[in-house]
Design a protein around this ligand. Sequence first.
Ligand code: BGC
Length: 366
Amino acid sequence: MRKFLARGVAVGAIALLALTACSERSDGDGAGSTGSEKGFAANSLIGVALPAKTSENWVLAGDLFTNGLKEAGFQSNVQYAAATSTVADQQAQISAMVTKGAKVIVIGATDAAQLTTQVEAAKQAGAYVIAYDRLIKNTKDLDYYVAYDNFKVGQLQGEALLKGMKAKKASGPYTIELFSGSSDDNNSAVFFDGAMDVLKPEIDKGTVVIGSGQKDIKQTATDGWKAENAQRRMDSLLTSTYSSKTLDGVLSPNDTLARAIITSVKGAGKAVPVVTGQDSEVESVKSIVAGEQYSTINKDTRNLVKETIGMIKELQAGNEPKVNDTESYNNGSKVVPSYLLEPVIVTKANVVEAYANDPKLAPLTK
Ligand code: BGC
């Protein structure tokens, strides 16, 4: 039920969605219509607009899309938003894809709430729009969402934090700090809510204490998902709160920020607490193997891109792509039909098996 509420879901969404989907696709002017049948030409242009390279998963995704779309017979145009003026840059890239006649535009949004106009233009031009990894808000013109289950990611992070602290110290109270991602990314709040779903009962009981008292997502946010912002906040928390107190754990939403937090703590000459992460970044996997970062999440980018390309192939063939969630992601204008993949928690205990089939990461675990 908490999961249900956490993402703001309309009651009766499934039935409503089914009806909407039918009427949209059967009236002949649905997105992607070529005039004859549903679907579009097999060698059509597919646009992929990714955010700035704030973590390794985005770097990987670009290459996987370029190669995978080519293999599937499509033409592709894969773009990244620049590190500065990211929003304007991404808006311009999407508009250019629409102008070039892309039949599907896959978007990893830089700012969830700033793409309404571009998504509407895409739809009007007859393109399908798929939100990739990050939801796009406030538009009824978004067709699908494909991502790892973000709420589950947060829950796994919360559970790992508790487990890691217990392994070090049998009983509480445990003192922690909370970090969350960039507030313009819809995922940030979902990760945070998932983690709090697990941590809040412990905080209410007093087994877990937030040392600084900073528990509001506005206080814990990390602008632009930037390492330097997390490091700066950790530096000031250490000064304000931990001159004599021990910090047992830190909820970090991803690996880039986890390493920045660890750098800060080490710089202050303190023992490294239990720190969570996400993304299976090379340096974090090494750190887990070395016993420093406690956990990460495996959201294999290869599978996410594969699912997305699978969806594009279905659309090309004129079929309705399969989704497995029609209630969790209300973007403010509609409940977006979603395909969610299962994230996997990784700690030192399962690092070998977790990456056994990943040629890049497996050698790091040996
Ligand atoms: C992704 C994470 C990533 C973060 C920063 C999120 O939207 O889901 O995997 O760590 O963005 O790039």
